[in-house]
Design a protein around this ligand. Structure first.
Ligand SMILES: [Zn+2]
Length: 291
């Protein structure tokens, strides 16, 4: 059946209307095409963050503790976009990787970055199997390296700086992939669960750690975020990804005090819900919270 142009426009308008009615934002990618968007999902006690680049790439850092990430992704991404360009698995703890198993079933994933560290948990073994099944290329991060994602947008892996493939490590938090992202004048530092031991290594290597936006290490626990480290990062905005009334008492009062001392504006997924940062690269970012 051939449709007239007018009929096509009518059908398309209806699709847009219905999509809007059911809560899909099918124009979200086009609307902000010159902006970088970083959303820290409220996935309870765990981490998951989506980076949407000005040229339409979707990068997921961790997938949270359960499949709630799927609902978050379908809200953040237009329904016709079923491709995640890159997943960064920071480390194999269940509160960071469980949701990724679901993501692999529902989305086409182009590649995965990880440390290759060994961890004999059921979740991690299942995740590695799923990655094999779906033929997703895995890239091991074992040294500082930079990836140019697109014009003016760079991703730098700052840690780990050694090959952890096949190695068992006592404290998995300190195998976390630490990622820095620079978009023109705006900078982000994603600490995953890296603790003070890693912070010391980063400080010693004299890397550029100053960042406008900091994803605070390890749900704001006191074993991360030393005063010395935070002072060097000196964030304007600090994001704590943490579950409401969690049994660990995260985030620590001490860490919050240290951040307050530096005049950082603190956002928490347990209080603010999903936290979205829209960056134009000119130090004038907008923070949008769901609650
Ligand atoms: Zn962890």
């Amino acid at each position: 059946m051939l449709l007239t142009k007018q009929q096509k426009v009518q059908i398309f308008s209806l699709i847009i209307f219905l999509a809007g009615f059911f809560g899909f934002n099918i124009f979200s990618t086009q609307e902000n095409s010159d902006k970088l968007r970083v959303t820290f999902f409220d996935v309870g006690q765990g981490d998951s963050c989506l980076i949407q680049t000005p040229f339409g790439q979707d990068i997921l850092i961790d997938g949270g503790p359960d499949k709630s990430v799927i609902q978050k992704l379908s809200k953040a991404m237009p329904f016709y976009d079923r491709t995640i360009d890159m997943i960064i698995i920071t480390h194999p703890h269940a509160d960071h990787i469980t949701g990724i198993i679901e993501v692999l079933q529902k989305y086409k994933v182009e590649k995965i970055y990880y440390s290759g560290v060994m961890y004999p948990s059921d979740f991690y073994v299942e995740l590695l199997q799923k990655i094999e099944e779906h033929n997703v290329p895995k890239i091991v991060i074992n040294k500082n390296q930079e990836i140019n994602l697109e014009q003016d947008l760079n991703l730098k892996f700052l840690f780990p700086n050694e090959d952890l493939r096949g190695k068992e490590v006592l404290n998995l938090n300190n195998t976390s992939l630490v990622v820095r992202m620079d978009y023109k004048k705006d900078s982000f530092l994603f600490m995953a669960d890296a603790e003070q031991e890693v912070e010391q290594i980063l400080l010693k290597e004299s890397l550029d750690l100053k960042a406008d936006i900091l994803k605070v290490g390890h749900q704001g626990a006191a074993d991360s975020s030393s005063q010395e480290f935070l002072k060097v990062v000196s964030p304007e905005i600090a994001i704590v990804s943490v579950g409401e009334d969690n049994k660990y008492g995260h985030p620590s009062r001490r860490v919050l005090k240290r951040l307050e001392k530096l005049n950082a504006e603190i956002f928490r997924t347990d209080h603010n819900g999903d936290i979205k940062i829209i960056s134009s690269g000119d130090n004038d970012y907008k923070v949008i919270v769901e609650r």
